[in-house]
Design a protein around this ligand. Structure first.
Ligand SMILES: Nc1nc2c(ncn2[C@@H]2O[C@H](COP(=O)(O)OP(=O)(O)O)[C@@H](O)[C@H]2O)c(=O)[nH]1
Ligand SMILES: [Mg+2]
Length: 349
């Protein structure tokens, strides 16, 4: 993209806040552009959107779990219910198993298009099928989900749970919903691992299969944490059938209740601030490594500064990047200088 083609962030922010889907698509493309000018514009765009109060009403929901448990089918059913009550929905689908070339299930977008033939202005889906980092969520997901939150009432991130993914998703979403299926060894394996601490709401899908679904729900119910992140939260376990469209409303009620719970406990801002700091650290580490972070004060110091800082994290991130880059630059000069000095020294010996 030529520089002249890059959108004006102020204009784009207004259009995104008005709910223009084309602007959302344009904004996501800008976030994907790694050229310096695009990065500056993207940081400005995200800072403008973060300043918007509307974000505080939005709900960022992570839907995760092993492949084949019915996450995409369930997200479709959830979307139908949200749209029925007039909520606008944005979806980021990070699902490598949906990649047609891997012979996986249909892409979420295709499935929705099959079911809802008519074009829906209140629904936006971006598939990031190719972005799934092995054992984690691609770093783009964080700014992208935040941009979408400025436009839609609800933003869903669908990911396949493989350990690290769940940890990542818990660092983006306000509420994490884990999808399990009846009598699956995966769920039991999961319960035994430490990852049980992460989800806020559990959905046992395929309840149409009968008794095994109830058994799995009971097992999860017995193992779900009672007191960890938020003392009073009850970690509900819901029996649903995405295919038969049953149990969806109670599940959505629990997800919404979790959002209210976090907000009323005064934890939402803290949670999001912590998430933002964690992602800035990830982005910096991905780009510059531990050495890069050391150049601007080390991991702990940067992290602390981010959590306490009042400026938008996207701007702070760009600022930190620039600092690392200029430190790298002067380190390079320095090492050139010292090498020269060293060889001069040797020459004189
Ligand atoms: N019996 C039954 N099958 C389901 C249900 N929901 C999804 N499935 C099936 O489970 C398979 C995996 O679904 P998908 O949504 O692609 O799972 P994902 O990999 O978790 O996104 C598909 O064959 C679905 O038709 C359900 O409620 N009941
Ligand atoms: Mg899927």
């Amino acid at each position: 993209m030529r520089q002249a083609d890059l959108p004006d962030p102020d204009q784009l922010a207004l259009r995104i806040q008005r709910g223009e889907r084309a602007a959302v698509a344009g904004g996501l493309n800008l976030l994907d552009n790694k050229l310096p000018d695009a990065r500056r514009r993207a940081a400005r765009l995200l800072a403008l959107l973060s300043a918007e109060r509307r974000l505080n009403n939005g709900h960022l929901i992570g839907v995760t779990g092993p492949p084949g448990t019915g996450k995409s089918t369930l997200v479709c059913a959830m979307i139908r219910e949200w749209r029925r009550v007039g909520k606008t929905v944005g979806v980021l689908a990070v699902d490598p198993s949906s990649r047609p070339e891997l012979g996986g299930g249909a892409l979420l977008g295709d499935r929705i298009r099959i079911k809802n033939v008519s074009y829906d202005e209140g629904l936006f889906i971006r598939s990031l099928a190719n972005r799934n980092q092995l054992g984690g969520v691609a770093t783009e997901v964080w700014p992208m989900s935040w941009l979408m939150l400025a436009c839609f009432d609800i933003v869903v991130i669908e990911t396949v749970g493989v350990g690290q993914t769940e940890i990542d998703i818990a660092e983006v979403a306000d509420t994490v919903c884990y999808v399990a299926q009846p009598a699956s060894g995966d769920a039991i394996q999961y319960l035994k691992s430490g990852i049980i601490e992460i989800p806020d709401v559990f959905a046992v899908n395929k309840s149409d299969l009968g008794a095994p679904a109830q058994k799995t729900a009971a097992e999860i119910g017995r193992s779900a944490p009672r007191q960890d992140r938020h003392e009073e939260w009850d970690y509900p376990v819901c029996l649903v059938s995405a295919a038969m469209n049953t149990g969806i409303k109670p599940l959505l009620d629990h997800i919404k209740r979790h959002r209210s719970f976090v907000a009323e406990a005064g934890l939402l801002d803290k949670l999001r601030s912590r998430h933002h700091a964690a992602w800035v650290m990830r982005l910096l580490k991905e780009e510059f490594g531990t050495f890069g972070l050391e150049l601007v004060g080390g991991m702990a110091a940067v992290s602390e500064r981010l959590v306490q800082h009042q400026t938008p994290h996207f701007e702070e991130y760009e600022h930190l990047r620039q600092r690392v880059l200029s430190r790298f630059q002067s380190e390079k000069q320095f090492s050139k200088f010292t090498k020269k000095e060293h060889s001069d020294e040797q020459a004189t010996v």
